[in-house]
Design a protein. Structure first.
Lengths: 321, 319
């Protein structure tokens, strides 16, 4: 499957200037040092083909690989008050924002999208670590809430890919208040009987971990992702001892009972489809089912495997709750 | 009296007055009372002036003052029949968070709060008010108990933050905090929080996601300590004054932002100078706030609490 041929609706495409094509065609894996050709890296969803190191992937690139035919539409996020505290450190907050917008081509640190995954309507939100370390402020909170609301409207499951260095300090206490705000939205989603899957990616830390990233019905992490409340450096300074190998990494959390699964990025899409179909009462997906071309009617019946004689076939496209 | 750094001029004047009086005791023929009284007056004026316009960083210092009344002081003084309830039923009893059944003016409630300790021994035992997952899980258990028996929940918030330790992380600090916040939002009984000292980040939110959030006049509530913020944004922890200024962590700013609902005035010179008066003020405010929730249904309470947080911050400082 070639992800390059995927396309996004032009209207969405033109909203923001796209990331420039990397001048450097080769990049070095930070884990094993292998030189990787950019196209190969893109095909591999930014995973090192030599050592399986999962590098950062932007929500936009992730969604292109996740939604059928790479097609999704963005869910509008209500604008928060810009620079609510009139914060300045060595730089003014609005200047930091502008710099982040310029370097990423994105508006803020979370992208919300809807579309179909395995011909099932799904709402996704992805946190962008390249945008001010994915930090959570009012916008990210609004985006998360918008994602939950859209999922409820469409009666669709929600999948959130978390990545955050922590709070958006320039929004001070309002950043902290996103913990209860996003939690309220999750409660509404759960009351609507819809699944909330949290995929924790490297790194997920601080208030994000201590709110929506730990409240999923199912908790999946990408391999070796750092997942923590307090970061390893802070802990080492506090307890004045060296932390064990792999501490706070996805596999360590899995061992300590804090996660359901650790899943390779290339398997994530299939796994999400499998889980979501079971949680929403749909029959199994047909193996090797190709993504539907854009605009094709989502005829569930067409993709459903012949139902086993003893199992009742549900009505096309209708999740059973 | 333990003086803070910015109170040094005050310490000098008060010291002088005490010295004069001590001298006069040894040499009875000396009459110093007039002079000493003048110094007293001067000290009083200085104290008023100092506390009238505390800078945010000074507020942080006052909020952390070791002589300030702590959770246990409030519980001992304001509540009767306090019956501590211990343990998270999974791993341990976390002494950084205390809680239990109690009566506030005869009304049965569940009270929960972080306790920092008052001397070296108790500070260590309380882990300086920094809870581990067990503390939050105990809080969750107590909130469930409160909801089941229709008892209001009162939380007293005073923590530098959740404990950043190895075991705490291994046992799911983040998950415990997330679930505690979630529980605050779920219970069908009134939840009232008072920030009595330091409201430190996620460790505070986990107990302060309430229908009404009250703050003592010189308490602070923030996403990170000013030192932490300074070391990240200024790359220099010594810039905590600037960070404290920028973060808007004072009760006064948080009221403007709509994050907290009410400020409880402290006695002159801060709660540490008249603990009894500060405790009484908190008791009065709690009583009045609780009365507002009499007769509200669980559904209404939960719906209003959700709306409050969903709307929070939508107006910024202009609110
Ligand atoms: Zn590699």
């Amino acid at each position: 499957m070639n992800w390059i041929t995927n396309y996004v609706r032009p209207t969405i495409n033109s909203l923001f200037s796209r990331r420039e094509v990397p001048e450097n065609l080769w990049s070095k894996c930070p884990e094993c040092g292998t030189m990787l050709f950019h196209r190969e890296l893109t095909d591999n969803l930014q995973v090192c083909s030599n050592c399986n190191h999962h590098m950062a992937i932007t929500p936009r690139d992730r969604f292109k690989a996740l939604f059928d035919a790479g097609t999704f539409s963005e869910v509008a996020v209500p604008e928060p008050v810009a620079d609510p505290l009139q914060f300045r450190d060595q730089k003014k907050y609005p200047d930091r924002m502008k710099a982040a917008q310029k370097s990423t081509g994105e508006k803020e640190a979370m992208l919300v999208a809807e579309g179909e995954i395995g011909r099932m309507p799904v709402v996704c939100a992805g946190q962008d670590f390249s945008f001010m370390a994915g930090s959570m402020g009012m916008y990210v909170g609004n985006a998360f809430i918008a994602a939950c609301e859209r999922a409820i409207e469409r009666r669709a499951p929600l999948v959130v890919f978390s990545a955050a260095g922590g709070a958006r300090m320039q929004e001070g206490i309002l950043s902290l208040m996103q913990m209860p705000r996003t939690t309220v939205a999750i409660q509404m989603l759960k009351e609507a009987g819809l699944p909330y899957i949290c995929v924790l990616t490297h790194p997920t830390t601080g208030g994000v971990t201590a709110s929506y990233a730990m409240l999923g019905d199912i908790q999946i992490a990408e391999p070796n992702a750092l997942i923590c409340f307090a970061g390893p450096r802070v802990i080492e300074q506090t307890i004045r001892e060296k932390l064990p190998e792999g501490f706070q990494r996805a596999e360590y959390l899995l061992d300590h009972g804090m996660l359901d699964r650790v899943t390779h990025r290339k398997d994530m899409r299939d796994e999400l489809i499998t889980i979501l179909r079971m949680l929403t009462g749909l029959p199994p997906a047909v193996a090797a089912d190709l993504p539907a071309p854009e605009g094709a009617a989502a005829e569930t019946a067409a993709e459903v495997a012949p139902a086993p004689a003893l199992v009742e076939t549900p009505k096309a496209g209708e999740p059973q709750s | 009296m333990n003086y803070l750094e910015f109170e040094k001029p005050l310490a000098e004047i008060e010291g002088k007055a005490a010295e004069l009086r001590a001298m006069a005791r040894n040499t009875p023929e000396m009459d110093v009372e007039k002079e000493a009284e003048a110094l007293d007056k001067k000290a009083e004026q200085l104290l008023t002036d100092l506390y009238k316009n505390l800078t945010p960083w000074r507020k942080c210092q006052v909020a952390r003052h070791q002589d300030r009344p702590h959770c246990k002081d409030y519980i001992d003084a304001l509540f009767t029949e306090f019956t501590p309830l211990a343990g998270d039923r999974n791993f341990a009893d976390d002494h950084a968070i205390m809680g239990g059944l109690a009566r506030l003016n005869d009304r049965a409630v569940v009270v929960i709060g972080q306790e920092k300790g008052s001397d070296t021994k108790s500070r260590i035992e309380r882990n300086f008010g920094m809870a581990r997952p067990e503390g939050y899980r105990k809080a969750i258990r107590l909130m469930d108990l409160a909801a089941r028996f229709k008892l209001p929940v009162i939380t007293l918030v005073d923590t530098p933050g959740a404990y950043p330790g190895k075991g705490a992380e291994e046992r799911g600090q983040a998950e415990a905090i997330a679930r505690s916040t979630e529980k605050c939002l779920q219970v069908g009984v009134p939840v009232i929080s008072v920030v009595i000292g330091e409201g430190g980040s996620g460790g505070a939110v986990a107990l302060a996601t309430a229908d009404k959030i009250l703050m003592l006049e010189h308490s602070v509530y923030s996403v990170i300590t000013p030192e932490g913020c300074a070391s990240i944004l200024w790359k220099d922890a010594e810039k905590m004054r600037e960070a404290a200024e920028a973060m808007r962590l004072t009760a006064q700013d948080l009221l403007k932002l709509g994050v907290v609902d009410q400020i409880i005035a402290e006695p002159r010179g801060g709660a540490q100078r008249d603990r009894k008066a500060a405790i009484e003020a908190v008791g009065k405010a709690l009583d009045a706030t609780l009365a507002k929730f009499d007769g509200k249904s669980a559904e209404k309470l939960i719906a209003a609490r959700r709306k409050k947080f969903l709307d929070m911050g939508r107006k910024g400082l202009a609110a």
